[in-house]
Design a protein around this ligand. Structure first.
Ligand code: DGI
Ligand code: FE
Ligand code: FE
Length: 190
């Protein structure tokens, strides 16, 4: 399927706002891919598709995850916001027969991150933070960081998310912590 066909697939699955967000993330991913030397078309596709399951009601998300054999850890069960990423990747594979592992992994890890993130993982993760529709406090810091380096932006992004989660006493996924530690040790461990 091409980009226009994927847009047509997500349109009925998403709210107007989330559809707009997906278009904006695709644009940001395209720009980052150009800047940092990734496959531009794959980055754009990952951006369009990354939140494909986000607006499905939680109970239905659980049902579908069961259907695809996704087993949840206690932290994952307690964090419904993580479901759409795990489920999204499975849905793309099972229902849309998307086989590209770079895109599938980028979608799978776009919310938590993980250790040893690929260039595509990083691009989608950051694009989701800095897309034109984002207006949270601190977004300009992230946009600036993304101009300096992907690593700079990753550090900024993880710190923001982890701080936010801890403030509201939410569980933090081990992948998020591992990704944060790896980034900080590699680039800020002096
Ligand atoms: O789907 P989006 O809203 O575009 O963005 P996203 O997929 O990055 O989801 C962001 C939400 O996910 C935000 O509310 C924080 C939450 N989140 C991210 N990492 C973790 C997490 N929630 C928990 N409980 N644990 C995490 O490690
Ligand atoms: Fe998401
Ligand atoms: Fe998103």
């Amino acid at each position: 399927m091409n980009l226009e066909e994927y847009k047509a697939v997500i349109k009925p699955l998403l709210s107007e706002k989330r559809y707009h967000h997906s278009i904006c993330v695709a644009k940001a991913a395209k720009e980052l891919a150009k800047k940092y030397g990734a496959d531009v078309q794959k980055a754009e596709t990952a951006g369009i598709l990354h939140d494909i399951m986000k607006d499905i009601p939680p109970e239905e998300q659980l049902e579908k995850m069961e259907q695809y054999g996704i087993r949840l850890t206690p932290v994952e069960r307690a964090a419904p916001k993580l479901w759409h990423a795990m489920l999204g990747a499975a849905y793309l594979k099972e229902e849309l027969h998307l086989e590209d592992s770079e895109i599938l992994d980028a979608v799978r890890y776009h919310t938590t991150g993980r250790t040893d993130m690929t260039l595509m993982d990083k691009i989608l993760f950051i694009a989701d933070f800095i897309s034109d529709d984002r207006d949270y406090e601190g977004v300009e810091d992230l946009r600036k960081a993304a101009k300096i380096s992907l690593e700079e932006a990753m550090t900024e992004g993880f710190s923001y998310t982890i701080g936010d989660l801890a403030k509201s006493r939410k569980p933090i996924h081990p992948d998020t912590i591992a990704a944060y530690n790896q980034t900080v040790l590699a680039y800020h461990g002096k």
